[in-house]
Ligand binder design. Sequence first.
Ligand code: HSE
Length: 426
Amino acid sequence: MSIRVAVIGAGTVGGGVIDILRKNKDILTANAGQDIVLTHVCELNEDALKEFDLSGVTVTQDASSLFNNPEVDVVCELIGGVGAAKTLTLEALKAGKHVVTANKMLLAYHGPELTEAALSGGVELRYEAAVAGGIPIIKALREGLAANHIEHAYGILNGTCNYILSRMTYEGLAFDDVLKQAMDLGFAETPPDLDIEGHDTAHKCQIMASLCYASKVDLESISVEGITGITGEDVEYAREMGYLIKLLAVVRLVDGEIDARVHPALVPETHLLASVRNEFNAIYVQGDMTDATLYYGKGAGRLPTASAVVADIVDIARAGDTPSPPPFHYRNDYPLRDPGLLEGRYYLRLTTKDVPGVFGIVGKILGDHGISIASCFQKDPHGVDRVRVIIMTHESRESSLRAALAEIDAHDFSVEPAAALRVIEE
Ligand code: HSE
């Protein structure tokens, strides 16, 4: 007995899948209880196939030809994006093929429609590789933590951003130089805007929030900030105060509302997430029964991501004809929480003229909005006519903070708009 697999897209991840199916055939057969056989590869770029031994495999450029082919049981959609990938995935599901995808953007935009198609086709749609690559976080949330209400999950979900922030932190390198290295190393998307502007993390955040709370989550309503505004000074000042800066996906349920957001945050040096360096990913999940749990590993790259794709194929093979749970349950209808309601501590970076009275006015504006200063410092500007004022607040409401910063920015003494970073506590 065997399960027959077609791979659409033989790029980084697809190529890794082809490699793993060959190299780890023995363990795959043992774990799946049957052979997993690569029968078809669909790839438009013939050059991409030169590195593989595809003897016995049918190579095609026509993905649709796979869907009515009785010799294909599972289709791996590994082309990415939401154009052709969506059409092909829906076509495959409707034709009764199981689909495995690594496509976080597709799921984040079209999860409900794809779920519907999988259910009506009576087939599986699996996506372990879509969030945190080689870390089995989807399985952990769907199965391992099934006895828990998830109180919150914090994820470092973008290898490129974590690599950039780590090297800025530990080697004092400049943002642009490190970004170029991340691109050379192959973690970053091309172009890297999806990474550094936070959207790649938002796609993964949307998937995690939908899973944790069994509710539809509108991707476009998730508040997203990337790391392009983070300066070497922020990294340095945060460290002086005992924090590291990480790009986080935050998922929580607060008063019956889903708080899902993506932003850089100050994480205490003693927090487990602070030790996650370079391109590694991690997800810190607080279950009401488990307490804190941590999942760590490589979230990007050829083999770690392909490993998750192949694990999904193994699960499909193991399940056989037993119906599996749907890709997403949407049994709840929680609204997304207004980010202005967030309560927390904030790191503020103000850039002001070096003139008398600035501290007094800033303190008064913050105070008028109910924001209390926990610590504050300014470095001697050494003759430059502008200064950085760094403030750590006590717990404050985000809407009040934004209103206060708008007032500060409107003052003559403000040279650049104020920057605010949220602080994650233990
Ligand atoms: N560009 C992504 C990253 C790849 O850097 O994590 C995995 O989604």
